[in-house]
Ligand binder design. Structure first.
Ligand code: KDG
Ligand code: MG
Length: 405
């Protein structure tokens, strides 16, 4: 029998923070898991170091499901982003170990390839419509078949998804306290349909266009926007409302045929149970790192498949290359894959996490024959970039009311 000999947590910050779990077996094989929770990283570090790792030592790493249940049911306190990110990291690392021990990629262990490549969507953003249109064009020139478009809104100083510089948009800001921003739903709703009209006028019907409302509408406002988007047939409208109240999607669904995506903040199948079983959404965004790892996501995706709901995993830069590798193995294997978000990491992150995925012509490919997840961490380099305190922004309405960011 193989046993888990030790495990450690590696925190690094090559431009942004990442938390990585490394589990070692007595036989010398190790596995990696991502445990990054943007803006609350150290809570997961403590959860792993103080409570989870001691329970792993001496266990058989091949018993992935049993270890998952031990950590989930055995804690008594279930669900939540801290718990589920920690469990996800263990789960990813165990699948990585199993793949390495059997000398096969994880997608083979999940049933084998269902497709050759994974369609991804990229992020285009600009300070106004003209700049956003140019950015979408640049993505199409690079071969993207699907592009998410976000634009600055006249009269609002800064908004979700729009970079102030030419660099990739990175919402977590380094510092002792969160930055605050101001929001106006009225200004947003009056403006944003115009962006998609112009995009269709410029690029025609073919490119898949996506948009993220980032939890800022009420159900009836979301219904209005969905209706106004209909002539521009979006691939999806994402996170139109905060989704704790799953029933609220009944209102949105009654009014619009714009496809709906939700779930990047969900942690378990219970967060989406009604949304899926009543077919109130089209794409589920819960990712491997937030959704308790490959083992739990497999159950969620199978449940979703019955109800015509497809996956659309979250893939912003706060999900490390370890999650991206796990996601691509997963995306390749399931039948009800929809699309994968892809926000390229900076060069330094790529160096710290050597991986085996490659973007070509709008699709992501995994290098053939890499056992496990196909990703590694250069610990020596990582140690040169220690944790830096950073928070996601806090959002207020123009009158000062605290609002969703
Ligand atoms: O950490 C928060 C980000 O991952 C989130 O704001 C990104 O909404 C997001 C997306 O769709 O990528
Ligand atoms: Mg989002």
């Amino acid at each position: 029998m193989t046993t888990i000999e030790s495990a450690k947590v590696i925190v690094c910050s090559p431009g942004r923070n990442f938390v990585t779990l490394k589990i070692f077996t007595e036989q010398g094989v190790y596995g990696l898991g991502d445990a990054t929770l943007n803006g609350r990283e150290k809570a997961v570090v403590s959860y792993l170091e103080d409570y989870v790792i001691p329970c792993l030592i001496g266990r058989d790493p091949s018993r992935i499901e049993d270890i998952w249940q031990y950590l989930y049911k055995g804690a008594y306190w279930r669900r939540g982003p801290v718990t589920m990110s920690a469990i996800a990291a263990v789960d990813m690392a165990l699948w990585d170990i199993k793949g390495k021990m059997l000398d096969t990629p994880v997608y083979n262990l999940l049933g084998g390839k269902s497709r050759e490549a994974v369609m991804v969507y990229g992020h285009a953003n600009g300070k106004d419509i003209a700049e956003t249109i140019d950015e979408v064009g640049r993505h199409l020139d690079k071969g993207y078949k699907a592009v998410r478009a976000q634009s600055g809104i006249p009269g609002i100083e800064s908004t979700y998804g729009v970079s102030k510089t030419k660099d990739n948009y990175e919402p977590a800001v380094r510092g002792d306290l969160p930055k605050e921003s101001l929001w106006s739903t009225e200004k947003y709703l009056n403006f944003i349909p115009k962006l998609f009209k112009e995009l269709r006028d410029t690029y025609g019907d073919e490119p898949h266009l996506l948009h993220d409302c980032h939890h800022r509408l009420t159900p009836i406002e979301a219904a209005r926007l969905g209706k106004e988007f209909e002539p521009y047939h979006l691939f999806w409208m994402e996170d139109c409302t905060p989704a704790e109240l799953q029933e609220s999607f009944r209102i949105i669904r009654e009014h619009t045929t714009t496809p709906l995506a939700v779930g990047e903040v969900f942690n378990t199948v219970w967060d989406a149970q009604l949304l899926i079983s009543e077919m109130l959404i089209d794409y589920l965004r819960t990712s491997i790192v937030r959704g308790g790892g490959i083992s739990h996501m497999k159950k969620i995706a199978s449940f979703a498949e019955i109800y015509h709901v497809r996956t659309g995993f979250h893939g912003a830069t706060d999900l490390s290359p370890v999650t991206m590798s796990a996601a691509l193995n997963f995306d390749l294997s399931i039948n009800n894959f929809g699309i994968q978000e892809y926000m390229p990491h900076n060069g330094l992150t790529q160096e710290l996490f050597p991986n085996s995925y490659q973007f070509k012509d709008g699709f992501m490919y995994l290098e053939e024959g890499k056992p496990g997840l196909g990703v590694d961490i250069d610990e020596e380099k990582a140690s040169k970039y220690p944790y830096e305190r950073a928070y996601l922004p806090v959002n207020r309405k123009e009158d000062g009311t605290l609002f969703n960011w």
